[in-house]
Design a protein. Structure first.
Length: 354
């Protein structure tokens, strides 16, 4: 069985997961969410968890961003999460419609996907059957979209800089050198440069057809305190050429892990390969700060021209990383009627492209 005990968010344990830190609780609090923290008491695993209460579609929901950190045995995923959900439900307000977990745990299908080269995860119905196996209430639903990403490219930063470069594909190493030869350079920026970054970010959104985050999201990340206890930090980079800002990156650091959170690039001088040099600079800075990994984020599971992340796969795989297949986002409804209403609203928003 699992039980939870409430505590202050500034008492969350140090972790390599930025989204489970006191810093992230501050960021989301500034954006209107209510952060809560709980110690997890279990014979199966240990640790704590950050939960964010958010108003959504006239209801409240509880988000668990990239948590819980520590996974039970794979065959116990569903049973453990069910016990945790029941324990959390007793500590949450009664008007919370459901709990949404964005699990950092290895996917139950990761081995097959890597060995057999699957182009996608199994359909939601199949995944739900496996996740609910052995549970009492058969209540887990696969969320329609993942809060972060289920297929992420991770670059190991062990060894020297030459070792890391040596693991990259020749074309990526060439592009890093090309950017330098063209006169591109990367600078560490501060919050005064957020307006410049956001302009590039809006160009990126229009070019790639996604809805951009609001400026307040970025501002909040720089208005919060970086505490020594959780060792969270932000690296903010801009790649420049002469007077032009060509690309930017916001990289989160927690413990020994660096996470590429947001990227942006302009529409000029793209053939100067500024993003290649920018990522390399980010890796070097993260390594200097003690990081062992640099997570680049979303990619398609395999090279696939029909997958929306195929271009990201082609670019990121050149840095010599490995793809981690994670479990993604899962919902545990507490109020079935409210949950269905939110699902219908989310479906409508997706169809409208909002």
């Amino acid at each position: 069985m699992v039980d939870v005990i409430a505590k202050a968010t500034n008492e969350l344990y140090p972790t390599d997961i930025l989204f489970q830190t006191p810093y992230w609780a501050q960021v989301k609090s500034r954006l209107g969410m209510e952060p809560m923290a709980f110690d997890i008491l279990s014979s199966e695993t240990w640790g704590d968890v950050l939960v964010l209460i958010r108003n959504h579609c006239g209801h409240k929901l509880a988000l668990v961003p990239q948590g819980p950190e520590h996974a039970p045995d794979e065959e116990s995923y569903g049973q453990y999460l069910e016990d945790l959900s029941v324990a959390l439900a007793d500590r949450l307000e009664p008007d919370v419609a459901f709990i949404r977990y964005d699990l950092p745990w290895k996917s139950l299908y990761a081995d097959e996907m890597q060995e057999q080269g699957w182009r996608a995860f199994p359909e939601a119905r199949i995944r739900e059957m496996r996740m609910n196996m052995g549970t009492r209430f058969w209540n887990f639903r696969k969320a329609p979209t993942d809060m972060t990403v289920a297929s992420s490219l991770v670059v190991d930063l062990d060894g020297s800089e030459d070792d890391i470069l040596g693991r990259m594909k020749p074309k990526t190493r060439y592009n890093i050198g090309l950017a330098r030869r063209k006169g591109v350079y990367v600078q560490e920026a501060d919050s005064s440069n957020l307006v410049d970054f956001y302009g590039l970010y809006e160009q990126t959104a229009r070019r790639n057809g996604f809805i951009p985050c609001c400026m307040e999201q970025f501002s909040a990340m720089f208005r919060c305190n970086f505490g020594a206890k959780d060792e969270a930090d932000i690296i903010f980079l801009l790649a420049r050429h002469g007077r032009d800002i060509l690309s930017g990156a916001i990289i989160g650091i927690s413990g020994q892990s660096a996470n590429f959170l947001y990227g942006a690039s302009g529409n000029i001088k793209r053939n100067y390969m500024p993003s290649s040099l920018m990522h390399w600079a980010g890796m070097c800075m993260a390594r200097q700060r003690g990081c062992l990994t640099y997570e680049m984020g979303a990619v398609s599971p395999t090279p696939d021209d029909e997958h929306p992340f195929n271009g990201l796969h082609r670019f990121k795989i050149g840095f010599g990383g490995r793809i981690e297949f994670r479990s993604g986002s899962w919902d545990y409804p507490l109020n079935e009627g409210a949950y269905r209403a939110i699902q219908n609203a989310e479906t409508m928003y997706r169809e409208l492209g909002a």
